[in-house]
Design a protein around this ligand. Structure first.
Ligand SMILES: C[S@@+](CC[C@H](N)C(=O)[O-])C[C@H]1O[C@@H](n2cnc3c(N)ncnc32)[C@H](O)[C@@H]1O
Length: 211
């Protein structure tokens, strides 16, 4: 196995799970994940960091996908331990393997930055949600301050291969609105104690517009 493949398979997933598990991020997760209800779909569920935060009283079923097959066994074990009716599969958000209007909630945390085609993924999330279903999001992305955004553009080409394809410059709220969602923001801020280029966060709930 070459160094790059070894890094991508073993080191990078651990680094990402560590980074995504830090305290400031956990606090943001606690603001959004318990809002999930009914049949829940989680995009990029691999690391499983959200699972402990779901409200068992509200979740009636759980499905998730992630292209990183090695992470899914852990996610399945945790879902089983919670007693959820669950269906966790290897897959990508650009082609979600579930029917139209089949979920009450979709959860997307720190994943839109890594997918290949965010527009396609948001279209798929819209498709699988029931008409008044909600998309819960917590993402990092393009900072509103021009000087920070300029640094994000400069750093992104070096950052991306080290961080599993994670982009720094993707807009969040405007991407959701552009994909046909009405956005109810809960918060947006730089993550404390993190470099600003990777710290701009937006979180909230989005619903299919016009239904
Ligand atoms: C930074 S991690 C976040 C994991 C988890 N959602 C969280 O909040 O901790 C990004 C995740 O997106 C997954 N991912 C990458 N490309 C994807 C795609 N096209 N569709 C779905 N998930 C993808 C990765 O395998 C990884 O598990």
């Amino acid at each position: 196995m070459g160094i790059k493949r070894f890094y991508d398979a073993h080191i990078m997933p651990r680094m990402i799970t560590l980074a995504c598990g830090q305290k400031g991020i956990e606090e943001r997760r606690r603001e959004v994940v318990p809002l999930a209800e009914g049949r829940v779909f989680e995009l990029g569920c691999g690391g499983g960091l959200n699972q402990a935060l779901y409200d068992d009283e509200k979740v009636t079923g759980f499905a998730g996908i992630d292209p990183h097959a090695g992470l899914l066994e852990g996610a399945r074990e945790r879902a089983k331990a919670r007693g959820w009716d669950h269906d966790i599969r290897e897959g990508v958000g650009e082609k979600i393997p579930f029917p139209d209007s089949s979920f009450d909630t979709a959860v997307c945390t720190y994943t839109l930055c890594s997918v290949d085609d965010p527009g396609k993924v948001l279209g798929e999330l819209r498709r699988i949600l029931r008409p008044r279903g909600k998309l819960i999001f917590l993402e990092h992305g393009k900072a509103p301050d021009a000087d920070v955004a300029r640094w994000q553009e400069r750093i992104e080409p070096v950052w991306k291969p080290l961080a599993g394809g994670c982009h720094l410059t993707r807009p969040i709220g405007s991407a959701l609105r552009g994909a046909g969602f009405e956005v109810e923001p809960i918060g947006q801020a730089y993550l404390a104690k993190a470099p600003k280029f990777m710290g701009w966060m937006e979180w909230g709930v989005a619903r299919r517009a016009g239904v």
